[in-house]
Unconditional design. Sequence first.
Length: 366
Amino acid sequence: MAPRSVHPLPPGSTIGIMGGGQLGRMTALAAARLGYKSHIFSPEDDSPGIQVSAAATIADYQDRTALQSFAEAVDVVTFEFENVPADSAAFLADHALVRPGPQCLAIAQDRLLEKEFINKTAPTTPYRRVTSAEDLAKAADEIGRPAVLKTSRMGYDGKGQVLIAPDCDYAAAWAEMGAEIGILEAFVDLDCEISVITARSPHGGWATYPAVENRHVNHILDTTMAPARLPDGLADQAVAIAHDLAEALDLVGLLAVEMFVTRDKRILVNEMAPRPHNSGHWTMDACATSQFEQLVRAVCGLPLGSVDCHHDAVMKNLIGDAVNGWPDLLADPGARLHLYGKAEARPGRKMGHVTKLFALNQKPKA
């Protein structure tokens, strides 16, 4: 494995980013502002990240020849999404400085490993491993219905998820999920969904953004409200959970932790992602340091930036045809528009986001 340097990488160094989506794009833009170059590794030749980066490698994530050339061309490697194959991340770590380490991806990309890991630190929803329709029926009897069946790997934004209703046809639900291994998760008596993003440096330094409230439509994040309206004790507990999980991962970079707040005011961890997160986009306009700059600072060994908020914020994703409202958004002096450079607006596709800023403690309640 490549040595784990704690020395800062100087401006002019090259950050390798695995993945070329909008998170890679916004990371590359933040890197450029600090004088770093970005090199995107992506299977797609016109991804949003490539449009704003100094270099690109277009290859499959398991192409070892391309991975080695990429590793030799950059000074540090990071990730814009967690579903890069774990063996490819481990291969990169043998040839380059990789932050966060491949063990973080291996845990985050497998829901069963993730649940097992999280439960050593904080509670999650009840869950069961399932490998057949018969398993599914037994698990549903144990944890109750309704519940949600998910693929154990590679699912995001509602993909690979099936509602298990009281009158469920288990064989049909298992076939619809479409994977060999699944996880059945109990429903939660939910008050709200929140997330916390924390940064950890190679020196062990911390910087954590306040908890935010997230609202989803069709399993896709629609709106983030920053900060979340939580009692101080719950907000502190959410931050502490994120810290503890990042520490347990030995993470260098960013960790986003999604959590449920129950009606009886308990916090249950839903999932985590060792990368920038959609629910952190508001930091670009409302904080002294955005989550993307914070990632650059962490992986390059720089001092972490201030997470002080100068405004409250409401971030809304522009999904599919909603992006066509960009002229009206640009005409709103209180809106901050971010478009991702994607050529085609498709249903469910994140095309951009808009953040509206409010004076501190003046964010609308609804």
